[in-house]
Every structure is written in structure tokens, then in C-alpha cells.
Ligand binder design. Structure first.
Ligand code: SAH
Length: 467
């Protein structure tokens, strides 16, 4: 490490800025944010800096720099455009052992400015020791996206309880565990969601019951894992998966995504393969309740979006009845994922003004749908769970009046590396699919917008071979 990282307290301390142009202005603003007492030395003052003086936020010395200006200064920033003046300032500051920064000149500086990410009262500082400002900027951008903007709120929330937690829990170790549970857990999620009152009450209750010797309460996040490609996860889904104690997952969730979880996280398969549900819906609901009540942070991970043909609503109803903290994280549904990766716009000004999502699941051997409604022109139809019923669906649409030449596509393993797209028409697709040895999951798309695929296909797909 070439520099010693510190956060300097400058509240009400005289901090000297020499120069009063745009660069100086930026540094002055930073100092003012830290509540420093700013003194600017410069013969010419820019309008924006003058404005600060007019507002009594800074003091101005209208003159060229002299060594005497350094008296009592806590730190010095040289921001003149004259290299020799900057050098004089740096030398004088060094003689008086005052930390000095010469803007954009690390050789003359005894301290440098880090890039900062602000989530007040939290501040994250990044530095490459002056070697690569672009790399630092890249890091800062990553941090900006990784750290929820409401993180500051969490810090404030924690600060407001700091004293009472300290009084309530004597052991340092226990206190650390308590805070870990709060900051990684459902109460933090409430704060992120802006439910501060609820979070306050829960934390207070937690603290009270802990003193009575009981356990921390858990929570459930119903998380959409998207259609398969790992990179289609939301940032929130990623964070919750990484934090979870237990993950209850469906068949459609890829192992790549499960691998993002903690090594010691428990993973429970809840099945949902077609017609062989390995766990009944009721027992999944009860499992989630039981896990949350035992204090676990549970992620209920579902393929695509939990609220689209995912029975998400049913699971959440039980949790709500049991007064368990829960949240719902949307995912990219198969229709969006498959359509994008197949180059088929679901809506298009020329081809489709509307789009419907339907389930093609067979019930007592048939597909029960409002076929007339599905024949409206200029509409894309997306059929989930439609592989087995494919011949019937195509046949019934034709019988209801849809043209047999209407383009139709079956997307197999959409967004996965082995994605295949089989195209045809309502008339021909079932026969082609029959010869292509298809396996689930597949999504059926019907409509004229499929014609655009010829131009818009971009994803490297596996070839379709017919037997
Ligand atoms: N909640 C999920 C859908 C669950 S129903 C979502 O929003 O996507 C399961 C059906 O979704 C499957 O039968 C299939 O039709 C479709 N599906 C899910 N993932 C898919 C994928 N990667 N490729 C093709 N179809 C998929």
C-alpha cells in the first residue's frame, strides 16, 4: 500500500484552498460537505466560488499565496493552474508538516483524493494510489450498482438503535450476531422497502424477546430466477440468494443460479416436474412457514417470474396469514426471455398490437381456452406449458378461424446455451416438433411478429436437426 487510508475529521477546522476556478470549486464543495471551515486564497475569484462567499459558506483572501496563509491550516489543496506556484505551495506545506494535495499532481501531493460512493452516512472510498483513475472510476460504478441506494437509510436506522442495543445486550459477541441478523435479514429488507415504522417495531420486539431468551424470527423472499441465463437475474435476487440460509427451489431453476448461494446454505428441491409434483403445494406452503418460524432467511426460488404461472400468490397467502415477513422479487418471465433470445418482438407496430400469455396445460385430456378470443388479428400468443398439447392448440386455433399459415415458433431451453428455436406455421409446427426430439421447458409463440426473427436473431443457438 503506497498510501495510508484514513477518514479525516475536518469539522470547523481551517482548510486552505489555493485557487478559485472550477477545479477548486469542486474541492471546496467536498470540504463543505465535511463541514470544514474553508479559506480560499486567490487573486481572481470565479463567480461560483464568489457565490459561496456571498452566502457566508467560505472565507476569501483576495491575494496571491504567501507562506503565512498556511498558519493553523489542517490541510491544503493547491488548485492553481500555475505549476511553479503549486510547487511553492507544496514545499511550504511540507516544511510545516501540513498535508497537501496538488490537484492532478500526485508527485507533489502528500495525500490524494479517493473516488467516493456516498450512501450517507455511509461513505465508500476507492483509490488506486493514483495509478489508474479509469480503473477507479470503473470500481466506483460497480459499487454504485451493487449497493442499494437505500443503504444509507439502513445505516441511519442502525445508528438510531445503537445505544439501546448496547444497553440491552452485554456481550460484544452476542451484539455482533444480533446486528448481523438485523443487517442481513428481513428487518433490513423492510428498511430498504421504506417500511421504517414496521422495521422499528420489529427490531424493538426482537430486542425485547431476545432479552426474554427467545429466537430471532426469519423471513421468506419469493424470488423470480428468470428463464435460465444467470445474467438475467435481478441485482436484488442475486443479493438475496447470496444471503439465504435456505433455498427452496423448483425444477426450472438452473444449477448455475443455485451455485450462487452460500456454501453452507441448505437447498431443498420442491419439484414441480409435469404431473409428478414431488411436493404438494400445501406441503411447500407449510415448509416455508416452518423454516421462517425457526429463524431462517428463506429464499423461495422459482423459474421466471413468481407471479406468472408460478403459484407465487398461493405461497405468499399462507405466509401472510401466519404473519411472516415476506417480499416478492420479480423475475424475467419465460415469454420475455425466450422472445428476446429468439429475436421475436412480442409487440411490434406493424405485426402485433397486443400480446397474451396463456397456459396450454392439459386438463382432463384437453386444453380449455377461449379460442375465439385468441383469434383476434395482430396479437402475439405466448403459450406456457404447451408442449404436450401443441397439436391440439394449433388445431383448435385453426378451427376457431386463425389462418393456418400463421407463423408459430417453439423455443426450447430458452436463454440457455443449448437454446433451440423450431419455426413453422400453425399447420406445420406440430409435425416438425415431432421430428426434432424436443425436451422441456419449451415455450410456444404464435403470431406474425415471428417473421422478424429472420432479421433480428442474434443469440448463438443450437442447430435443429430433424429425425
Ligand atoms: N413462472 C414461470 C413460468 C412457470 S410455468 C415464468 O414466469 O417463466 C412453466 C413453463 O414456463 C414451462 O412449461 C415453459 O412453457 C415455460 N418456461 C419456463 N422457462 C423456460 C425456458 N427457459 N424456455 C422455454 N420455456 C420456459
Amino acid at each position: 500500500m503506497d498510501y495510508f487510508p484514513v477518514f479525516l475529521k475536518v469539522t470547523d477546522k481551517p482548510c486552505l484552498v489555493i485557487g478559485a476556478g472550477t477545479v477548486a470549486y469542486r474541492k471546496i464543495q467536498l470540504l463543505l460537505k465535511s463541514k470544514a471551515s474553508v479559506i480560499v486564497v486567490a487573486p481572481d475569484i470565479s463567480q461560483e466560488v464568489q457565490q459561496l462567499a456571498d452566502n457566508h459558506q467560505i472565507e476569501i483572501r483576495h491575494k496571491v499565496f504567501e507562506t503565512d496563509d498556511l498558519v493553523n491550516a489542517t490541510l491544503v489543496i493547491a488548485a492553481t493552474s500555475d505549476h511553479s506556484i503549486n510547487t511553492t505551495i507544496a514545499e511550504a506545506a511540507n516544511q510545516h508538516s501540513i498535508p497537501v494535495n496538488v490537484v492532478d499532481t500526485p508527485d507533489l501531493s502528500t495525500f490524494i483524493f479517493p473516488a467516493i460512493v456516498e450512501r450517507p452516512p455511509l461513505t465508500i472510498a476507492v483509490s488506486s494510489g493514483g495509478l489508474s483513475p479509469v480503473l477507479v472510476r470503473m470500481m466506483r460504478e460497480r459499487l454504485e450498482t451493487l449497493i442499494p441506494s437505500r443503504f444509507g437509510r439502513l445505516a441511519e436506522f442502525a445508528a438510531s438503535f445503537r445505544q439501546s442495543v448496547k444497553q440491552g445486550i452485554n456481550s460484544v459477541e452476542q451484539r455482533r450476531r444480533f446486528w448481523e441478523n438485523i443487517l442481513y435479514g428481513p428487518i433490513a429488507e423492510l428498511v430498504f422497502a421504506g417500511q421504517i415504522n414496521e422495521a422499528n417495531q420489529r427490531l424493538q420486539r426482537q430486542l425485547d424477546s431476545l432479552q426474554g431468551g427467545s429466537q430471532m424470527s426469519g423471513s421468506v423472499a419469493l424470488v423470480g430466477a428468470g428463464p435460465g441465463d444467470l445474467e438475467l437475474l435481478t441485482l436484488r435476487a442475486l443479493r438475496l440468494i447470496q444471503q439465504a440460509d435456505v433455498i427452496v427451489y423448483d425444477r426450472l431453476v438452473s444449477t448455475e443460479i443455485l451455485d450462487l448461494s452460500r456454501r453452507d446454505a441448505e437447498k431443498i428441491y420442491a419439484g414441480k416436474a409435469r404431473s409428478q409434483h414431488s411436493m404438494s403445494q400445501e406441503s411447500i406452503n407449510q415448509l416455508l412457514v416452518r423454516l421462517a418460524k425457526s429463524g431462517k432467511q428463506v429464499v423461495r426460488l422459482k423459474g421466471g417470474d413468481p407471479f406468472i404461472f408460478g403459484r407465487g400468490g398461493e405461497e405468499i397467502e399462507t405466509l401472510a396469514e401466519e404473519n411472516i415477513i415476506f417480499q416478492i422479487v420479480p423475475g424475467i418471465t419465460a415469454a420475455s426471455g425466450c422472445a428476446s433470445y429468439a429475436g421475436i418482438p412480442l409487440t411490434h407496430r406493424d405485426y402485433a398490437q397486443s400480446c397474451v400469455f396463456i397456459t396450454g396445460h392439459l386438463q382432463s385430456g384437453g386444453v380449455n381456452l377461449n379460442w375465439e378470443q385468441l383469434t383476434v388479428p395482430n396479437q402475439t400468443i405466448v403459450v406456457y406449458m404447451g408442449l404436450i398439447g401443441l397439436p391440439q392448440i394449433c388445431q383448435q386455433l385453426i378451427e376457431a378461424g386463425k389462418h393456418s399459415d400463421t407463423p408459430a415458433a417453439l423455443v426450447e431451453h430458452g436463454t440457455h446455451q443449448d437454446q433451440r428455436v423450431i419455426t413453422g406455421t400453425l399447420q406445420t409446427l406440430p409435425g416438425i416438433v415431432n421430428k426434432a426430439e424436443v425436451s422441456a421447458p419449451t415455450l410456444l409463440i404464435i403470431g406474425d411478429a415471428i417473421r422478424l426473427r429472420e432479421k433480428l436473431q442474434w443469440f448463438q443457438e443450437a442447430p435443429v436437426r430433424l429425425t
